[in-house]
Design a protein around this ligand. Structure first.
Ligand code: SF4
Length: 328
């Protein structure tokens, strides 16, 4: 069956993936492969904008790629690679910088957030982050970029950059990507409050063993008003229940919903049930991960092969870009 176009997406190398990464992005990456030619990139250069040390960069890249492949990203049909292995992206970044208004970049909400988070490290790379992102996308002439609501301004910026470039150089070399807005579930961490994130240490990693998963699930914060086992609870404010909605059967979800409210089930049993279902769901992924991890060189070979395929597309785009700009 003919595919419906090319999808590009990138993610910073954050190492072992957690349920927030999996439910928020990786699952969608896997699903998109059926209908689109997909290119997925570990954006290591982007990571440099905020990293103080690059000591773990290589291992984080490896661990993330391992989880992606274990989750079902299939390198026989999808290009998976590391951003810095295709240096054409930095050349395009430089060229696109010339059509990127500085005021626009410093006005983007994500830039302001980053300045707030890293007040002592506001570097040029941080300002140019959306330009590098635009270069990533247009280098591969992506038709679609899967995005959550918060990333829409970046894609809009990419589209404007494409228009500015094509207008300035009187060409139609670069392609405006479309947005594939996906309903990205906000996965809350074990603290029951904040988005799941490694930096907040509230994550549940995909690669944990079944026992480790159960241990972490047992630490999850529940309905704070439910102090004693005999207190009725409110599943609507409990993150354990949100997770049941993802991993448990409709009957189990209905049971927890009813029994929690009348103190018919305790939080300990409720969490044990969740951990069991989570482990059942993740078992095939973990088996594949363990298999893949036996041959680390194969993961790097997969990424190298992906870079070779990506480079062929990138070089074609860059020869058109150089000609349009008039570079000798
Ligand atoms: Fe949350 Fe389950 Fe406890 Fe209800 S019984 S508060 S849903 S953990």
């Amino acid at each position: 069956m003919a595919k419906k176009g090319r999808v590009f997406s990138g993610a910073r190398p954050t190492g072992r993936q957690h349920l927030g990464n999996y439910l928020g992005a990786v699952k969608n990456y896997v699903a998109l492969q059926a209908d689109y030619d997909c290119i997925y990139c570990v954006v290591d250069l982007h990571a440099l904008t905020t990293l103080e040390t690059t000591r773990d960069l290589k291992n984080n890249t490896y661990e993330m790629a391992l989880d992606w492949l274990a989750a079902g990203i299939d390198p026989s049909q999808t290009i998976v690679f590391v951003q810095s292995h295709v240096p054409q992206v930095t050349e395009l970044f430089t060229i696109l910088s010339m059509v990127s208004p500085l005021g626009k970049l410093t006005d983007l909400p994500t830039f302001k957030d980053k300045v707030r988070e890293n007040p002592n490290n506001v570097n040029l790379g941080l300002v140019g982050y959306p330009v590098l992102m635009a270069a990533d996308i247009v280098l591969y002439k992506a038709d679609w970029v899967p995005v959550g609501i918060d990333q829409q301004p970046h894609i809009e910026f990419t589209r404007e950059t494409v228009r500015s470039f094509n207008y300035r150089y009187n060409c139609s070399v670069l392609k405006e990507p479309g947005m594939k807005v996906t309903e990205v579930p906000k996965v809350i961490g074990t603290d029951g409050q904040q988005k799941m994130s490694k930096s907040l240490n509230n994550q549940i990693e995909l690669a944990l063993t079944a026992e480790e998963t159960q241990k972490v699930v047992m630490t999850m914060v529940t309905d704070p008003a439910r102090i004693r086992r005999t207190d009725p609870g409110n599943p609507d404010v409990c993150n354990v229940f949100s997770m049941h909605k993802v991993f448990s059967s409709p009957e189990e979800i209905a049971m927890v919903n009813i029994e929690c409210r009348r103190a018919g089930i305790g939080c300990v049993d409720c969490k044990k049930l969740l951990a069991r279902n989570m482990n059942t769901h993740l078992a095939p992924l973990r088996e594949r991960r363990a298999e893949l991890a036996k041959r680390p060189d194969d993961i790097w070979d997969t990424l190298k092969d992906g870079a070779n395929r990506a480079r062929a597309i990138a070089e074609q785009t860059m020869s058109e870009v150089r000609a349009a700009v008039g570079l000798p």
